[in-house]
Design a protein around this ligand. Structure first.
Ligand code: NAD
Length: 270
């Protein structure tokens, strides 16, 4: 898709970070925005910013882990706007550093609900309208951690590998349609993801290292890369030098890369 003017774009998790930056980037390109987030304040902030640019914007407070709320949201959007052209499944969160041995299953389950099942449900509920459009786009935000396995990130990696599997197989199914399907794999992006993560204990060293990793790429730059990937119909969109390097290592050494990562982490002291 090259022209976004008057196209209706749904973005989940649009109240912060990558979702907010995507909304602003699409507003500049003339899209009509349909934004959701569980955070009403963040959502209002995004609405204000995109309306300043001149975009038409509709906001909905939705917790994407609530199946009833998501179903009501998708039904309402289709009733109010008749169709959509782009779907960005962006809402997500992370857990701080925690071993699989110590993670609580309730946190693992919630991560699956938000990072995986919400992506599947939004896609299912909007798919027929997207297929009926002359051109349409589904963008699912996975992660660098959907390309490589990381110690102390087993639940998050599980969800992001699932998003990638869902997206790549759906892309194959959509081959004969007008629906472009993209999986996005950001490395560290400077958003609120670490602040919003569920932390089991405060660890100043971990926080410092994570913040440093996040500072590599701004959300604005990430959003621009995603939109460029959509314009060029790139199936897999990697963001940042860290994502590209680690993806390369994992593909070159599929059996040995986890040892390299674990050694690297130990050398960095976390
Ligand atoms: N920041 C990074 O380094 C990074 C790297 C790889 C992937 N990602 C992914 O990018 C996506 C966006 O994250 P971000 O970095 O912008 O983080 P962020 O915390 O700044 O923004 C995430 C947004 O999602 C919303 N959200 C979370 N749970 C929700 C729920 N249950 N219902 C509705 N909204 C909910 C939050 O309120 C927030 O506004 C996520 O899927 C994340 O996993 C981020």
């Amino acid at each position: 898709m090259r022209n976004f003017r008057d196209k209706i774009a749904v973005i989940t998790g649009a109240g912060s970070g990558i979702g907010q930056a995507l909304a602003i980037e699409l507003a500049k390109k003339g899209a009509i925005l349909v934004l959701s987030d569980k955070n009403e304040t963040g959502l209002a902030d995004t609405k204000k910013r995109v309306e300043t640019i001149g975009a038409q914007c509709h906001t909905y407070v939705v917790d994407v882990s609530d199946v009833k709320a998501v179903t009501a949201f998708c039904t309402k959007v289709l009733k109010e706007h008749e169709h959509i052209d782009l779907l960005f499944n962006n809402a997500g969160f992370a857990l701080g550093k925690i071993s699989f041995r110590d993670v609580k299953m309730e946190d693992f389950n919630r991560l699956m609900d938000v990072n995986v099942y919400a992506v599947v449900l939004h896609t299912k509920l909007f798919l027929e309208t997207l297929i009926a459009r002359p051109e349409a786009v589904i963008v699912n935000i996975s992660s660098l951690f959907g390309l490589i396995g990381m110690p102390d990130q087993v639940p998050y990696c599980t969800t992001k590998f699932a998003v990638r599997g869902f997206t790549e197989s759906l892309r194959a199914e959509m081959y004969d349609t007008n629906v472009q399907v993209h999986s996005v794999h950001p490395g560290g992006i400077n958003t609120n993801i670490y602040k919003n993560a569920v932390h089991y204990k405060h660890d100043a060293n971990e926080e410092r290292i994570f913040q440093k990793m996040l500072e590599r790429t701004s959300p604005e730059s990430a959003a621009k890369t995603i939109i460029r990937g959509v314009e060029r119909n790139n199936a897999r969109i990697l963001i940042g030098a860290d994502a590209k390097l680690l993806d390369n290592i994992a593909r070159t050494l599929p059996e040995g890369y986890t040892t390299i990562i674990q050694k690297g982490k130990k050398a960095m002291g976390f």
